[in-house]
Ligand binder design. Structure first.
Ligand code: GDG
Length: 498
């Protein structure tokens, strides 16, 4: 008999619940009198949607507005979506503060100094508790709950306290830092205890999983931590009453979907148009990033400036298109980063451009998915050069969008993707001379060699797509070893994840 528990309602019948900071929907308030829900497509949602559909699924997350007022009803096809409200203060303290000015920089090598603030921590605690309550209310008896990312690291333990019957997975999308960095965090033990509420903790890379296991050994001496690598699982933490598995599950993209888009006639026509507009004979370099200090946009611009200054490229023969998507704009480090980048673009165009021909096209905007695919198709060189990145989906999207085998990928060693995409041209973005050399090598790459590399990269991305990622995580969460057959034909393993 199913006994009522705190936070549960009569409607709590979902078999599979995703808990993420954001819903894959947002409220479009362009018309303030008639706000409307719109879909925010992305890799995570395309991987999880089939599972949400075939099992009684639900997704709990913030809808992206702090209006506080009542939301309009969700469209019929989206009734599995459950908005978790945030107040204006929580947005500032939990989201901009603790999540993005404490955890984000700390977990990215402290590229900028993290701020530690007690009131942000309190807000993080309160919001995590609310997410745990929503998840507890949605989950049916014995359901599977998959918690996503650094904003919600306390949810696994909070949820377990409310609902010991559910199976809990946690996946971290950003890097997990070495213990000596993590230990700076004043609330380090609470975060580790929060994560250990899960049955399976997934990281992007084996290195992140190893960092976490080492940390647990240091912080919780009584516990038995064993390293027992088997497929995706790298180790286990034996708690008094249960076991937590720790593994690496590199995320990926909807490769088939992107390839279809890239092959569509409107996208191909737009690619040709972009090439004509930028100059048929010019080589096109492309960067696509959220405007974040971890993405290395500034270093990339400086390397390009170096090439121009040395005469290894000119505005007549080369152009760099940089899409910088607006992100976290109220946070000081982000505002300063934007100012630095825009000043650098002005400087480069001022020094090396001429009327009608500038070397850098900088767009501080979000473009739609088709435009993005067309840009990927137009690029001779894709520059993905973060200083630190959990994975980096842009690198994998570029590869998926090049069925013509054209274009070369310059990829930072410090992106998680570099561990898989070893046939890219790898670069240390901190090394200005090497950066310029690799850029020049990519611009001058022999076509046959480029096609060979692209074929290998594509083989990898198509085999290890986002469906493979979701199914291998869920297979381990349900007791498997994590070795799921890969490739487009191997998609839904619903028997495995049921
Ligand atoms: C975190 C981790 C990890 C960007 N501009 C536009 C646009 N995008 C899309 C890209 C890509 C996504 O945003 C960015 O993904 P990344 O992986 O590059 O970076 P983060 O946002 O930092 O993501 C990262 C990821 O989580 C997943 O686990 O890989 O390491 O930091 O999909 O295409 N999309 C459209 N217009 C744009 O202007 N349509």
């Amino acid at each position: 008999m199913d006994t009522p528990r705190p936070g549960r309602t009569a409607a709590s019948d979902a078999d599979f619940v995703v808990v993420a900071n954001r819903l894959p929907l947002h409220l479009d308030t362009t018309d303030l009198d008639a706000p409307r829900w719109r879909r925010s497509p992305g890799g995570l949602v395309s991987a999880l949607e089939p599972i949400l559909r075939t099992r009684r699924g639900a997704w709990a997350g913030w809808a992206g507005t702090v209006t506080g007022g009542a939301h309009p009803a969700l469209p019929d096809q989206d009734t599995r979506m459950h908005p978790v409200p945030l107040t204006e203060d929580e947005y500032r303290d939990y989201y901009e503060g603790f999540s993005n000015a404490t955890l984000w920089p700390l977990f990215h090598d402290a590229v900028v100094p993290p701020d530690f603030d007690q009131s942000w921590w309190h807000s993080y605690l309160g919001v995590n508790q609310r997410f745990a309550q929503h998840a507890a209310a949605l989950a049916g008896p014995g359901a599977t709950v998959w918690v996503q990312d650094y904003q919600l690291m306390l949810v696994p333990a909070m949820l377990r306290a409310l609902r010991p019957d559910v199976r809990i997975g946690f996946f971290l999308h950003i890097p997990f830092p070495p213990p000596e960095l993590f230990l700076q965090l004043p609330w380090r033990s609470q975060i580790v205890d929060g994560l250990l509420g899960a049955d399976l903790i997934g990281f992007q890379l084996p290195g992140g999983a190893e960092n976490f296991l080492q940390l647990v050994r240091r912080l919780r001496r009584g516990e038995d931590v064993s390293r027992a690598p088997h497929a995706s699982v790298l180790g286990r933490v034996l708690l008094r009453d249960r076991e937590v598995r720790v593994g690496a599950f590199p995320i990926s993209v909807d490769a088939a979907g992107l390839e279809d888009l890239a092959r569509s006639e409107p996208v191909r026509e737009r690619t040709r148009q972009i090439r004509r507009q930028l100059g048929e004979r010019r080589r096109i370099m492309l960067g696509v990033d959220r405007l974040d200090y971890t993405k290395g946009i500034d270093q990339r611009l400086r390397a390009f400036e170096g090439l121009l200054a040395a005469g290894r490229a000119t505005a007549q023969d080369t152009v760099l298109v940089q899409i910088a998507t607006p992100s976290r704009e109220r946070i000081g480090h982000y505002r300063r980063q934007r100012a630095r980048i825009e000043a650098r673009v002005g400087q480069i165009n001022g020094a090396f451009g001429q009327v009608g021909q500038v070397p850098v096209h900088y767009l501080h905007t979000t473009v739609d998915r088709s435009e993005l695919a067309a840009l990927y198709g137009a690029a001779d060189v894709m520059l993905v050069t973060p200083l630190r990145d959990g994975m980096n989906l842009v690198a994998k999207e570029f590869v998926a969008a090049r069925p013509d085998l054209g274009g070369s990928l310059v990829l930072s060693e410090f992106a998680g993707a570099a561990q898989e995409l070893t046939r890219a041209l790898l670069v240390n973005p901190h090394h200005p001379v090497e950066f310029q050399d690799v850029m020049a090598a990519a611009l001058g790459q022999d076509e046959t060699e480029g096609r060979r590399r692209m074929r290998d990269l594509r083989h990898h991305v198509r085999e290890r797509d986002v469906h493979h990622w979701a199914h291998s995580f869920l297979a381990v969460l349900h007791g498997g070893s994590g070795s799921v057959p890969s490739g487009p034909g191997a998609t839904p393993q619903t028997a495995d994840v049921a």
